[in-house]
Design a binder for this molecule. Structure first.
Ligand code: MRU
Length: 359
């Protein structure tokens, strides 16, 4: 299995060191999170991002909060509320916080600090194992794809659902890493994913792993799929409703439509912690609306290699910025989970997901 050259996060005493994803792909910078507020800011500002990683970091945020004050119920509830309010869509956040509450509430105060660190570490370790299992199940699907002999396998993905979004090899990218490790010739179409350009993060981590990839504008995906340039589409998920409707990074829905119209399989790779049994369908899931500024301006390096923000849009332009969209279950070929790949009709056979989450 692929071993990341830079970990997304690690504990350092009573603080957490994370890779600051707002500096990527240009600079690899770590950031120390020492307080509840710094952890909440890191999630809100997308220094850490991706559904599973947000859950892992939030769990550590609870431990940080309890390390800083008397770990009574009031301190615990405040930490849970502050972290829960950071981002609304990825249910892994609510799932991880609910798990921390369930573990810590019954304990005497003297036992809570150590237990909080231990539970956060367990969530992290389990996420890495979950990613590996998703990779193995996804690899079986990739091996079963009809392909012309000797042709490179071409996978299209969206956003970043790799090691930067998890504590392991990723969700959508885990089968790609597994295929690469198995010696399968593979190439990845990486869509830019405006406005936050998480596709650049995917390109960055695939380059680090030595996996061939081609960056495309989001608007190129439909044409490439129509021409049969990709054998399969694999994306991650931020929350999956009980009926299989899938909320993921905005632009996912268009890829699913194009894949269906082109007869190309479209898979969603996600852990059980991304399934929300309390949401009957996609309409029940809150879609985060982020600042218009993210659409109106763009970040990059100037010719001297200095980071710059540039305004793209005309003065007074208005912008809408939904961060996610809903792909109807009917467009999903299968859900690749740590328990195997299932169709929407078989979702009920999976273990229950984040149904007890703090919504
Ligand atoms: O807004 P982000 O960057 O946190 O959104 C991330 C995504 O939408 C990913 O595709 C999703 O979380 C799956 S991550 C394994």
């Amino acid at each position: 299995m692929f071993v990341p050259p830079t970990p997304t996060l690690r504990r350092d005493g009573n603080s957490l060191i994370v890779l600051d994803q707002t500096a990527l792909p240009w600079r690899s910078e770590e950031r120390r999170l020492a307080t509840l507020e710094e952890t909440a800011e890191a999630i809100t500002a997308m220094r850490v991002r991706g559904a599973p990683l947000i859950g892992v970091v939030a769990a550590h945020g609870v431990a940080l909060a309890l390390a800083a004050e008397t770990p009574d119920d009031a301190a615990l509830d405040r930490a849970l509320a502050v972290l829960r309010s950071t981002r609304p869509t990825a249910v892994n956040l609510a799932w991880a916080l609910a798990r921390m509450r369930t573990r810590l509430r019954p304990l005497p105060l003297a036992a809570r600090r150590e237990a909080a660190w231990a539970e956060a570490a367990a969530i992290l370790d389990e996420d890495a194992a979950t990613c590996a299992a998703i990779g193995a199940h996804g690899l079986a699907l990739l091996r079963a794809l009809p392909r012309r002999a000797g042709r490179t396998l071409r996978v299209m993905t969206h956003c970043n659902a790799g090691r930067l979004a998890t504590a392991g090899a990723g969700t959508a990218l885990a089968p790609i890493y597994a295929a690469h490790a198995a010696g399968i010739a593979i190439e990845v179409y990486v869509s830019e994913t405006r406005p936050r350009n998480q596709g650049l993060l995917t390109a960055w981590e695939l380059a680090a792993a030595g996996i061939d990839h081609i960056l495309i504008a989001d608007s190129a995906a439909g044409w490439l799929l129509a021409r049969g340039e990709a054998d399969v589409v694999i994306v991650g998920a931020d929350r999956i409703a009980a009926n299989g409707d899938t909320v993921n990074k905005v632009g996912t829905y268009l890829k699913a439509l194009a894949a269906r119209a082109s007869g190309i399989p479209f898979h969603v790779a996600a852990p059980i912690s991304s399934f929300d049994a309390d949401a009957a369908n996609g309409e029940a899931i809150p879609i985060e609306e982020r600042a218009a500024e993210e659409v109106l301006a763009i970040a990059g390096l100037d010719s001297g290699g200095r980071p710059r923000r540039l305004r793209l849009a005309p003065e007074n332009a208005r912008a809408a910025n939904p961060a996610f969209d809903i792909t109807p279950a009917a467009l999903v070929s299968s859900f690749i989970t740590e328990h195997g790949a299932v169709t929407a009709a078989r979702l009920g056979a999976l273990p229950r997901g984040a149904a007890t989450a703090i919504h």
